[in-house]
Design a protein around this ligand. Structure first.
Ligand code: ACO
Length: 433
């Protein structure tokens, strides 16, 4: 990091000097760590849009230029060449693994994919129509109860085994909750399959017949998981960090991240996109009224899959996904009217002044749902697929935070705007309005 001149803050006739921090890609931050101590003031920043809470070496993104890199490697190169577990190891360790390191890691993760048999009862306690994101968060939370000796975030052995168990067991939990929802028998993991193929096997095979994983589907799902693997300090990763900052174990921290991801403004948007596209097709396929509604100030409707807090030019993940959506649908011989509507919607919105002025572009969720649909996943499972993809990021962010000696418990300030001090009134003396 290069040194920069300090910043000066002037309030009335007082001047305060604030140090400036520069990141490896030239991002500049005014360091306000001592602000309240020296001035008595705090900063006000809705949605943390201008606040860097941490220094991180995991993911770099430049929203203006549409750049995304994991540990310095461009997402375009990673998506084409890596396996999902290779990316998980890269994010957690910081280095590209050698073949033997990767084999050892994959072997360890593979040998933790089974769930304790008792966990079946957990899935069976939910209504069959329950949303899988709620079940996933509950199941991850419940994992902690099976491994009480491996929960201390300050114990290196406990941290290591818990990170591997979490990554290994989530696909099994997702597949089993799906099987339960369908009233079908659970399918056990197979150690001869890789991470993605094993997940597809547990999701779509039956005990009665042989199931061959389609390599085209496995490859596309591998790319989709990689594209979701990390996105620096987004809503769910920040949630994982804040929960973990109180030394909560990794299962509790990531379960909270799953809840954060479930919202329609975050990961829930991929389900929202397909529901919106279906609505357009059902209404006759005319996209114009939907674009107009999205622009209306009075109408809360938004074009799902459009806009991003950080990307203001294009989302590089969306571009890769769009290409794969066309390829996957062509390979599977699927002719989905939703893809045509999505492409028309993108074209119209990208040429519309409202979307141009507000810098609203398709985000990662815009095309992913169309691919998941072609692969045979039900709509309410889309956000869960995002969660599987995001696991390496949550794990790496939690791990980086736990080993950083400067980490403090997450505890923002507020500007109180309630009533000033007033005296308690006995209930019989209160006036009725
Ligand atoms: N459709 C129509 N108008 C939009 C959209 C949209 N999809 N997104 C933003 N706008 C408008 C807002 O109404 C606002 O207009 P205004 O300035 O006139 O009030 C302006 O653009 C800025 O929007 P904000 O909500 O202030 O932007 P913010 O950065 O807080 O939110 C967000 C970003 C949540 C992604 C937003 O663009 C959105 O709701 N998009 C749709 C949901 C979605 O696709 N979410 C997935 C995000 S990617 C991810 O989490 C994986």
């Amino acid at each position: 990091m290069t040194q920069r001149e300090d910043a000066v803050l002037r309030v009335g006739d007082q001047e305060y000097t604030l140090p400036v921090i520069v990141g490896t890609e030239g991002e500049i931050a005014v360091d306000i760590n001592q602000l309240r101590g020296t001035t008595g003031m705090v900063t006000f920043d809705r949605g943390f849009a201008n606040t860097a809470e941490t220094k991180s070496a995991i993911t770099f993104l430049d929203g203006e230029k549409g750049i995304l890199r994991y540990r310095g490697y461009p997402i375009e190169q990673i998506a084409e060449q890596a396996t999902f577990l290779e990316v998980a190891l890269l994010l957690a360790s910081g280095q590209l693994p050698s073949q033997s390191e990767l084999d050892e890691y994959a072997d360890e993760v593979t040998h933790h994919t089974m769930l304790r048999e008792d966990m079946k009862h957990l899935f069976e306690a939910f209504p069959r129509e329950a949303h899988p994101m709620q079940i996933l968060a509950s199941a991850i939370s419940a994992l902690a109860t099976y491994y009480p000796d491996a929960l201390d975030p300050r114990d290196p052995w406990a941290k290591d085994i818990s990170m591997k168990r979490l990554l290994a067991k989530v696909p099994t939990m997702v597949a089993w909750s799906y099987k339960y929802s369908q009233n079908q028998p659970y399918v056990y993991p197979r150690n001869d399959l890789d991470y993605v193929a094993n997940f597809l096997h547990m999701m779509f095979s039956y005990p009665t017949e042989n199931y061959e994983v389609d390599p085209a589907i496995a490859k596309a799902l591998n790319v989709l998981f990689i594209l979701h693997a990390d996105h620096e300090q987004n809503c769910s990763a920040t949630t994982v960090r804040v929960v973990g900052s109180g030394h909560a174990n990794i299962f509790s921290s990531v379960a909270a991240g799953v809840h954060a991801l479930s919202g329609p403004l975050h990961g829930g948007a991929n389900q929202g996109v397909v529901e919106m596209l279906e609505e357009i097709v059902t209404a006759g396929g005319d996209i114009a009224p939907f674009v107009e509604r999205a622009k209306g100030k009075e109408d809360p409707f938004r074009l799902m899959g459009f806009g991003h807090r950080v990307y203001k030019n294009f989302d590089p993940r969306a571009q890769i996904i769009k290409r794969h959506a066309q390829e996957v649908l062509a390979k599977l011989g699927a002719d989905d009217p939703l893809l045509d509507v999505a492409m028309q919607l993108e074209e119209v919105a990208l040429g519309d002044d409202y979307f141009i002025e507000k810098k609203l572009y398709p985000n990662v969720d815009f095309y992913s749902g169309v691919i998941y649909r072609a692969m045979g996943f039900p709509t309410d499972l889309f956000t869960v697929l995002f969660a599987i993809g995001r696991l390496p990021g949550w794990i790496a962010q939690w791990h980086e935070m736990q080993k950083d000696p400067t980490t403090r418990i997450g505890r923002p300030r507020q500007i109180y705007i309630g009533e000033p001090k007033r005296d308690w009134v006995a209930i019989e003396e209160r006036s009725t309005s």
